[in-house]
Write a protein that binds this ligand. Sequence first.
Ligand SMILES: *Cc1c(COP(=O)(O)O)cnc(C)c1O
Length: 405
Amino acid sequence: MSRVGTRESALADLAVHGGRPVRQRLLSYGHQIIEQPDIDAVVRVLKSDWLTTGPVVAEFERAFADFVGARHAVAVSSGTAALHAATFAAGIGPGDEVIVPALTFAASANCVLYQGGRVVFSDVRAETLSIDPASARNGLSERTRAIVAVDYGGQPVDLQELTEISRERGLTLIEDASHALGSTYRGRRIGSIADLTTFSLHPVKQMTTGEGGVVTTDSDELALRLRTFRNHGITSDGRQREAIGAWHYDMVALGYNYRLTDFQCALGLSQLQRLPGWLARRSEIAQRYIEALSGVPGVQPLAVQGDRESAWHLFVVRLVPKRLRVGRTEVFAALRAENIGVNVHYIPVPWHPYYQGLGYRKGSWPAAEDGYENILTLPLWAGMTDADVDDVVAAVVKIHTAYTA
Ligand SMILES: *Cc1c(COP(=O)(O)O)cnc(C)c1O
């Protein structure tokens, strides 16, 4: 067959043009793993006296802190609550500026607005799509108080450079490690390095409590502020008062009810035990993708840096426009038609209508914006089989062949 003829038949084979899809059922980009020990642990707490603010919260916090190597872990009701607690603990208030990467989930920036602060969006590094320390430095002013650095996809940010900037300028370094539970930077677990590190326990993340979040810190003072904040700004909890037979309490700050229940913490404890195995499986799947895609020039995985280990929340690829005859929109639709649940992480936060209304102008973060136009997230979760991974690769190769330039 002629080259044109081959291409025509490759195009006709695509599910998006009526061909047979690579899979019969959609493979989602992320999914939780719930097994019998998780269910048993939750039921035990449901049958106990304490559904919330009981002993299992402290047990989970201790185990989580030990896992990441921090002095303190404070459990809260979501990753977003963790970020809000962190900006509160860092003392962010009206007039304060906080540096946040433009390419992240909206919650990384919203937590600054909750406290009345102003977000200064920073660009990212094109190879990793993580915050660019040079761009962060450019955003500094007299009013800068903190940096929210996001471990994009699970690969840790440039912690040495960001720590240096923070120390020089007296800033609080908040690491949004929603993607990075189990990641390491130069041999140290994420959660033990920044002033405050936040995690999300949403079902698509490395482990889950349904909804849930954790903030870790080595500072006794910051930990106390976090604990007060998640409980209405009150300095003691009900169980502590019951233990000493007292009724008096003080509300010392404007806090929220951001508590995590005991049955969620029981799920968390149970999941934490199997996390190391899940992290190993995530890494194995990522390596299979990297190897398989080395022969697919139009679809490039992000750069992996040798001094850090990713917990692989997301497997993000960048489409190479000059190698393909179609754009991201068409490739996305074609992969979905093959029943591969690809996604896009993320629309730049300042592009959202709410942030546009605050006056941010498109075009100010070239690497983040160009990255956004060309990225796709391939399915990656610990419960995927090798056959699932092969399906994703087969679909990518099929589409690449049909659309190659
Ligand atoms: C998931 C996520 C959050 C928010 O976590 P929730 O638990 O859903 O509130 C914040 N930042 C980033 C980068 C995330 O991926």
